[in-house]
Design a protein around this ligand. Structure first.
Ligand code: COA
Length: 322
């Protein structure tokens, strides 16, 4: 078996919905401003006791059920997250215990909003080498926990959620190719300047919160997302006309529209969940994929391009036949 194939998808959004009108009461903003500049109308926020692993578990169970795969048949679990429950163990280890897939390899991947694309690419490599037969790949975040809810330039953009896929070895693709990149020179444009070995300065208001230079990130994201799409298509000897669906990272509708325009891709072929999910970081791509699979837009055999961009900076793409 030379390839890996997505068997099924799952997704989970926390119950609580935070609308733009609610944010008007929290920071100096307006519902119209948020909608016009980002395309976001609402986002889901985890309940106080709800953790990233809780969200991951819901999405994972849904994907496993849709794939008709028992947890014991999974031999690799990768969770992409920036907001783990604990410093350790990993969310993947916790998830393994909850699902009862004892003994299989389980680890987290930290590539911020590109995390799921990284994780899916890693799972694909494991499967192609024969090391793994069936993998569970999850993107899960409680990003609301690292947001300064008094900072109007960031708090309007993010939400919580989880998406998951079950990937299995197959004779036919499946995943056609993947491309991963990072450039650490830009780290201070989008980061959380606090952590284990640098320390948490609790006297500073922004101690463990997302700090972002919005317009610089915006421009970099548009250029990078169009470039990575061209790169992976060229490497696969395909053109944008071969793509049935683009499933991009959901950060800002204007980024999606500008990327599609640069690629000459009609917006009807772009999966857009940003208005109701906002930016759920590593969960955004698998959640959008799950929505489009469940509503019937993405059909078996369709050619799908997943792509993401995030802090680090990191970026990447996975090209696949669904
Ligand atoms: N409500 C009202 N006004 C706001 C605001 C808010 N929530 N946030 C910022 N503003 C103000 C700014 O203070 C600024 O005011 P000034 O001109 O008086 O200084 C003005 O709106 C314009 O700010 P600017 O940052 O230029 O707006 P923008 O059109 O670039 O939109 C973002 C801001 C953050 C929505 C946009 O830059 C963005 O989406 N960037 C990418 C973010 C992203 O995708 N991050 C994650 C990548 S994985």
């Amino acid at each position: 078996m030379k390839y890996s194939k997505i068997l099924a998808t799952g997704g989970y959004l926390p119950e609580k919905v935070l609308r733009n009108a609610d944010l008007e009461k929290m920071v100096a903003t307006s519902a119209e401003w948020i909608w016009e500049r980002t395309g976001i109308e609402e986002r889901h926020i985890a309940a106080p006791q709800e953790t990233t692993c809780d969200l991951a578990e819901q999405a994972a169970r849904q994907a496993l059920q849709a794939a008709a795969v028992e947890p014991a048949a999974i031999d690799l679990i990768i969770v992409a997250t920036t907001t783990p429950d604990y410093i350790f163990p990993s969310v993947a280890s916790q998830l393994q215990e909850r699902l009862g897939s004892y003994g299989c390899a389980a680890f987290d991947v930290q590539a911020v909003c590109t995390g799921f694309v990284y994780a899916l690419s890693i799972a694909d490599q494991f499967i192609r080498t024969g090391a793994t037969r069936r993998a569970l790949v999850v993107g899960a975040e409680t990003f609301s926990r690292i947001i300064n809810w008094q900072d109007r330039s960031t708090c309007i953009l993010f939400g919580d959620g989880a998406g998951a896929v079950v990937v299995e070895a197959a004779d036919e693709p499946g995943i056609l190719s993947s491309r991963l990149h990072a450039d650490g020179r830009h780290r201070e444009l989008l980061w959380v300047p606090a952590g284990v070995s640098t320390g948490y300065d609790t006297t500073r208001q922004n101690a463990a919160y997302v700090a972002m230079s919005g317009s610089e990130v915006f421009k970099f994201a548009v250029n990078t997302l169009s470039r990575i799409a061209r790169e992976i298509l060229e490497a696969s000897r395909m053109t944008i006309a071969d793509i049935d669906w683009l499933v991009p990272h959901q950060a800002n509708e204007r980024i999606l529209v500008a990327t599609a325009r640069k690629l000459h891709l009609p917006l009807e072929r772009v999966i857009n969940t940003v208005s109701t999910h906002a930016n759920t970081s590593a969960a955004s791509v698998p959640l959008a994929l799950d929505v489009a699979v469940r509503d019937g837009r993405i059909q078996r055999g369709d050619t799908v391009l997943l792509e993401a961009f995030g802090g680090g900076f990191t970026w990447g793409a996975v090209l696949l036949n669904y």
